[in-house]
Design a protein around this ligand. Structure first.
Ligand code: XMP
Length: 426
């Protein structure tokens, strides 16, 4: 996907610093692309970059030494001014790449790719799929069919807010599928976290496939009108799933993370993929969302896992437990907002624990549930720190949960970093 004729490449040496460097270049107004470090001189030449950046420990310099392309061996840590100087003085870049341009070019590319075809997009309620839908709808209007599967594992008010954000503000074909009963049936009696995820994942594919089929049938009766699936794969997914080469053996290493968005759907349903965010980092996706007219609140939402509250309702998932968790979670999020901390923290939520403990209320013994509050700060979600929240805020969250959520008599705050803990509890 060629998005700018002014592009520099960054050789992937396997260092996490490569992503930071790619962002630094984009902040200077030049489109950057991370490429495998082992590309041959010919492959680099074909990309026609205006410059090459690599970390100064990169051993692949021999691959492009003979090319007449300016190169910069970047020391740790380089500042933005030095990068900009290289881009302007050595590469002759204009440094005028921005999100408005990206949006315009991406819309043109979507039009070109899709032609007169129809596109299906699964909305999850998250930022990435919302931005994809906004972009594709700008390109092809109502030929985009958005499918939002309500699996009954959403936060309080979530389904309504997604529906409101889309059906009121965008002129798109929005289809909400209420599948809560089916998901809960499949989760009945299941306690093991991986098994919960597996069942949710499989049933999600079934429900989505049926909805896609229905959208297809309702289109023109011919079947086969919808041929494309738009999805929110973002750049870190691509970089992390890019094949790396073992320097010792020269053999490919296993990718850190396989590209996991809507796993298995395209192959199963025979769609061609439309992935207009493949080149963007998360903060750029947010900027693009704002550029396309999505509301600030929507664009700054915290990530929410695909299996939803099922992985925060430990042990068996039941309607009653979900209702309790939903109330506790809404209090956590509301109080974090009120304290003006929502954007400072990366994720804030409640977890319903599978333990009962003894308490006392109005002089009588209680034996009720416990809720954990989790609030973390992270840049990349691969590592995370627990957030030090103001004591008054913790007090308010705790006393509100205990007094407002029936059947909960204890609240604890999770002070575990990732690693070794994960952000989610299951
Ligand atoms: P963990 O718990 O692995 O989470 O530290 C890292 C980030 O990923 C989110 N997460 C998921 N997102 N499907 C998703 O779309 C999932 O199955 C899933 N599991 C975890 C989690 O909320 C955090 O942002």
């Amino acid at each position: 996907m060629l998005l700018s004729n002014e592009r520099v490449i960054i050789l992937d040496s396997g260092s996490p610093y490569v992503q930071i460097l790619a962002r630094r270049v984009r902040e200077c107004g030049v489109f950057s692309q991370v490429v495998p470090g082992h590309l041959s001189a010919e492959e680099i030449q074909n990309l026609a970059p205006k410059g090459i950046l690599h970390t100064d420990d990169c051993s692949e310099v021999k691959n492009f030494a003979q090319l007449d392309i300016p190169a910069f061996a970047v020391p740790l840590p380089v500042d933005k001014a030095q990068v900009e100087k290289f881009l302007r003085d050595d590469c002759g870049c204009r440094c005028d790449w921005n999100m408005k341009k990206y949006a315009e070019q991406a819309v043109e590319q979507i039009k070109e790719q899709v032609g007169e075809g129809q596109v299906i997009c699964g909305l999850s309620g998250g930022v990435d799929s919302a931005v994809v839908a906004a972009l594709v709808s700008k390109a092809i209007g109502k030929r985009l069919k958005c499918i939002f599967v309500d699996h009954g594992l959403l936060r309080k008010g979530e389904a309504d807010s997604v529906e409101a954000a889309f059906s009121k503000h965008f002129d798109i074909d929005f289809r909400k599928i209420d599948a809560a009963d089916g998901f809960l049936e499949r989760l009945a009696g299941v306690e093991e976290p991986q098994e919960k995820r597996r069942r949710i994942g499989h049933y999600f594919i079934d429900v989505f496939a049926q909805a896609a089929q229905d959208a297809n049938d309702s289109e023109d009766g011919s079947g086969g009108a919808v041929r494309f699936l738009a999805q929110g794969t973002i750049y870190p997914d691509i970089i992390e799933s890019m094949a790396k080469i073992d320097r010792e053996t020269g053999k490919p290493l296993e990718a850190i993370k396989l590209h996991h968005n809507v796993g298995g759907l395209p192959e199963k349903l025979g769609f061609q993929l439309v992935e207009p965010l493949r080149q963007l980092f998360k903060d750029e996706v947010r900027q693009l969302g704002l550029e396309l007219g999505l509301a600030e609140d929507f664009v700054w939402r915290h990530p929410f896992p695909g299996p939803g509250l099922a992985v925060r309702c430990l042990g068996e998932v039941t309607r009653e437990k979900l209702a309790k968790l939903r109330e506790a979670d809404a209090i956590v999020v509301e109080e974090i907002h009120k304290a003006g901390l929502y954007r400072q923290v990366s994720q804030a939520f409640a977890v319903l624990l599978p333990v009962k403990s003894v308490g006392v209320s109005n002089g009588l013994r209680t034996y009720d549930d416990a809720v954990a509050v989790r609030c973390v700060k992270t840049d990349d979600f691969m590592t995370a720190d627990w957030s030090v929240l103001p004591t008054d805020l913790l007090k308010t969250i705790s006393s509100r949960i205990i007094s407002e959520v029936d059947g909960v008599n204890r609240v604890v705050y999770d002070i575990s970093t990732k690693p070794p803990a994960t952000i989610e509890w299951e």
